[in-house]
Write a new protein. Structure first.
Length: 132
């Protein structure tokens, strides 16, 4: 793993992919189960795309560190909405599990209909669960 540039402090490249890596200050490590760093794959091999995504990752890390400094637990420091926004920026969809399991009968019925389909296409799956 190598640091990309001294001008971009937390950007690293490993096996062709770019990562955001930032040390968690010692005094906050107990709040995050003694993890030593915030690490997030930028999921790209493009340097230009990595630099664009770096800004989002850095803002998310700053928010997380600030929340931890204010006494928030790990779970509180990273709200679901932050994960969902980060996933959306990469073309993925996250749905709050509590909303999915709130209607178990509908969930089981929909899953049963999905199992009957011949093509197991992820886009079709999303349409079954009314996700975009």
């Amino acid at each position: 793993m190598r640091k990309v540039s001294a001008d971009i402090p937390y950007l690293y490249e490993h096996n062709g992919f770019y990562l955001y890596r930032r040390a968690i200050p010692n005094h906050l490590r107990n709040a995050v189960d003694k993890r030593r760093e915030i690490k997030s794959s930028l999921r790209t091999t493009s340097r230009n795309e990595a630099i664009r995504l770096y800004g989002e990752a850095d803002i998310a890390a700053e928010k997380r560190l600030k929340a931890l400094q204010n006494g928030a637990s790990t779970k509180e420091a990273i709200p679901f909405e932050a994960f969902a926004a980060q996933a959306a920026s990469r073309g993925h969809l996250l749905i709050d599990l509590s909303k999915v399991i709130a209607k178990p009968n509908l969930l089981f019925k929909t899953a049963s209909e999905w199992r009957k389909t011949k093509t197991k296409d992820p886009f079709l799956f999303r349409s079954f669960f009314n996700a975009s």
